[in-house]
Design a protein around this ligand. Structure first.
Ligand SMILES: Nc1nc2c(ncn2[C@@H]2O[C@H](COP(=O)(O)OP(=O)(O)O)[C@@H](O)[C@H]2O)c(=O)[nH]1
Ligand SMILES: *[C@@H]1O[C@H](CO)[C@@H](O)[C@H](O)[C@H]1NC(C)=O
Ligand SMILES: [Mg+2]
Length: 185
């Protein structure tokens, strides 16, 4: 098994092993959309927390043995310019939308399409979470899908899920979809 060891070593040094074992996910969206609340709901619901917090907003979650490394990157305008430093090796982009925030949906749309044009994200799947469905005046998943012109995303696999981060409703289904994107059937 020297050969096996050398192969393993090679995998480690190329960073491939990390990519093979954990699927990188980034959570984006405007400030106040509910990104951080969703990340922590993922940790306490269906998913099992498998390791302590790595940084303030990076968590590892496992869904039926599929491991995701989830990066919650800030949504304030000043931080959006640096989003692209997180794109490398990302398999899934979670876009969190505050479904009551009609005014800023145009900004979200622009940020989303700008982001997906980046070559590092050319193969990434996109999960749009229509959050805050518990609010009376919230837009439906279909309205959000239309406003974000998701049907124009020919190169990316995408899905919209209505959810409420406060109760966790819609989040198990989101994790199932994420898993379906990275696990071969
Ligand atoms: N009513 C309601 N409030 C939510 C929901 N998700 C998040 N919030 C609230 O929205 C605010 C912003 O949430 P946060 O997770 O900090 O947003 P972030 O800036 O995107 O990380 C907080 O006051 C949350 O409690 C939801 O589904 N429904
Ligand atoms: C995307 O997938 C294609 C085909 O598998 C591959 O050649 C390319 O390197 C991938 N791009 C990225 C950024 O991973
Ligand atoms: Mg946050």
């Amino acid at each position: 098994s020297v050969l096996a060891f050398e192969k393993l070593n090679m995998l480690f040094s190329s960073g491939l092993l990390l990519i093979l074992l954990k699927h990188k996910v980034i959570i984006v969206g405007l400030d106040n959309a509910g990104k951080t609340t969703i990340l922590y709901q993922f940790l306490t619901k269906e998913a099992v927390q498998t390791s302590p917090t790595i940084g303030s907003n990076v968590e590892e979650i496992a869904v039926k043995k599929t491991r995701f490394l989830v990066w919650d990157i800030g949504g304030q305008e000043s931080l959006r310019a640096s989003w692209n430093s997180y794109y490398c090796n990302t398999e899934i982009v979670i876009l969190v939308v505050d479904s009551t925030d009609r005014e800023r949906l145009t900004v979200t749309k622009e940020e989303l399409h700008r982001m997906l044009a980046h070559e590092d994200l050319q193969n990434a799947s996109v999960l749009v979470l229509a959050n805050k469905q518990d609010m009376k005046n919230s837009m439906s998943a279909a309205e959000i899908s239309q406003s974000l012109t998701l049907s124009s995303l020919n190169a990316h696999s995408w899905h919209v899920q209505a959810c409420c981060a406060l109760t966790g409703e819609g989040l198990p289904a989101s994790l199932d979809w994420m898993r379906s994107r990275v696990v071969a059937n």
